[in-house]
Design a binder for this molecule. Structure first.
Ligand code: URA
Length: 263
């Protein structure tokens, strides 16, 4: 049995490496889990289905995941189906390490839809977006504008927490984005509020930073039409840079005026 001091050292190392949450009681050897399971049946005769076999070989794992995401998302007719489709989707590695699916919070009938970046530790445990410290600030920002979660709908680019809050890979983001686009279509909000630089860059495909883009209106294309979208500083950034709350306040007023103009 190792000494308590070296166990504590090992734990510290793991936390620094990003493994800051105990997900299960016992360790799981994920390399072992990834090994292909022995096939219970002999493989089908290749000559019998040449076309299907050729298609399988041509798909790389990431394009297969994208194709699966597109098919699943397109078939969802409501939010309950979309949530169930995400629960079934096996094409995103983030799901393996996340504790819970973080789908959305708030009122799906709301005219304002907010899109953040990704669940953190608190959201991963709770299964709700913006549940931790930045969520509390978000709620205060909304309240200052006469809003709360009964009057907005909140989700994230990623529905699963990246382990140790690492940046997601492009493949992970692409697969999740397919579901998010369907999510936005189903909610059909009057406006989209993009919280932070990642959400803004991902949904608007702009290269400028959030400081240049915040407070301005853009068209988020969706199907045949588009939805007005406005980037805002992320609450987590405002917690680190409270002096920027003044700009965020200005942007919230702009949202309020836009909503008045739209009604
Ligand atoms: N930050 C986000 O972008 N989303 C959350 O749900 C929590 C923190």
């Amino acid at each position: 049995m190792p000494e308590p001091a070296s166990l504590a050292e090992l734990l510290r190392f793991q936390i620094e490496a990003g493994a800051d949450t105990a997900i299960e009681e016992a360790p799981v050897d994920r390399y072992r889990k990834a090994a292909p399971a022995p096939s219970p049946e002999p493989p089908p005769a290749v000559a019998a289905r040449p076309a299907a076999r050729a298609a399988t070989v041509a798909l790389t794992p990431s394009s297969a995941a994208e194709a699966s995401a597109r098919e699943l998302a397109a078939g969802c007719r409501n939010l309950a189906e979309l949530r169930a489709a995400l629960e079934r989707f096996e094409g995103c590695a983030l799901k393996e390490t996340a504790t819970k699916l973080v789908f959305a919070d708030g009122n799906p009938e709301a005219r304002i839809m907010l899109v953040g970046e990704a669940p953190g530790r608190d959201e991963d445990r709770q299964g709700l977006p913006f549940f931790g410290e930045s969520g509390q600030l978000l709620d205060r920002m909304l309240a200052a504008n006469g809003l709360d979660r009964t009057r907005v709908y909140v989700t994230n680019i990623l529905p699963w927490r990246p382990p140790g809050n690492r940046s997601p890979s492009p493949e992970e983001t692409t697969a999740c984005l397919t579901f998010l686009r369907r999510h936005i279509e189903l909610v059909a909000p009057a406006i989209l509020v993009l919280l932070g630089g990642v959400s803004t860059a991902t949904l608007l495909a702009r290269s400028e930073g959030i400081t240049r883009l915040r407070g301005r209106w853009f068209d988020f294309p969706l199907g045949e039409s588009s939805i007005p979208a406005i980037p805002l500083f992320h609450p987590a950034y405002l917690l680190r840079q409270p002096a920027q709350k003044r700009e965020a306040w200005r942007d919230l007023l702009e949202i309020k005026h836009k909503m008045e103009r739209l009604t």
